[in-house]
Design a protein around this ligand. Sequence first.
Ligand SMILES: Cc1ncc(COP(=O)(O)O)c(C=O)c1O
Length: 371
Amino acid sequence: MKGKPVIYPVNMTATYKFESSDDLIDVVQNRTGYIYSRWDNPSIMEVEKEMAALEGYDHAAAFSSGMAAITTSVFSHMKSGDRILSTREVYGGTYELFTKVLPNMGIEVVMVNCWDIEKLTSEIEKGIDVLYLESPTNPLLRVMDVAPLVKLAHAKGATVMLDSTFASPVNQHPVDLGVDVTIHSATKFIGGHHDITGGFTCSNEKSFWKIWDYRKILGGVMDPMTGFLAQRGLKTLDIRMERQNNNAMEIALFLEAHPSINSVHYPGLESHPDHEVAKRTLKGYGGMMSFEVNSDFNGTKSVMDRLKVIKLATSLGGVTSLANQPITNTHASLSPEDRKKAGVAENLVRLSVGIEPVATLIDDLAQALKI
Ligand SMILES: Cc1ncc(COP(=O)(O)O)c(C=O)c1O
């Protein structure tokens, strides 16, 4: 038949058949084809190729969630007795991995605030195996000057991992900053429609094979249907990000001037402590922001409850705008001291800006903020 599908087919198969035992043995021993979808699947390899190209690495690996991408990356690069240095401002699940799981495996975990460059530098100098970063951060949108830290970490022989979920592959290129393993929760901007759970790592050859091997063992591979939806998400990522970047900037300026708002955390604002770093290292300021309402916990909760267009929900990065109070969900498991250290106040709202007309979003915020 002439003509081929424009869209790569979804290969809904768990296993693969062979013409001969020799072929099967060759695939198992030399990975010259497909054997089992927990190892590899054509649909998954197709979206991995696109992700690797987008982030500028040789390889990408697709996972069943962002957390599967994070745990598999860390486990595949660490063993008992090793030392990991992480910034404190990481996603809640990552924080739990570092504080509850890794110490039980004999791995030393050191956590330092992302803005404390002096302490980060001195901990790297002591010797580390992995430097783990997340930038921009959740929920205060701190943006790190990554490249100098990568240089120091590499001089100590460490592998550098960076969770770039908040930036998406459009707004930040960690490969240009020297990062070895770039991590994304595909649940967010990549999927883009709040309908998949997935993750990616993008890396050089050496890290990829470590990650691939551990993915096979731990089993957190992406399924083909999710791979198809992630690939579809990538087709519109660029224009969605352009709209989300623009919408967010307008909303940040509106909120900054609003009498019911105490402060706005958005790297595109000149008032943001990392605006200069963001200007230099990001290609767009992103669709995420947070702000403090001039009220207490209950007053802020009422603002949330009055939103009509913006949905009260956790997660982020999709076409629909979402808002929540981090203290009630994403940061609920943190102790009051840790919450204070993370800058998560009771009146803090996190907003994920979607692609709706910006005037509609501003009208919704304006009516909800009449306090
Ligand atoms: C920055 C960041 N990294 C990782 C994750 C985990 O991703 P997933 O929920 O797909 O496991 C999240 C989830 O919110 C996140 O915000």
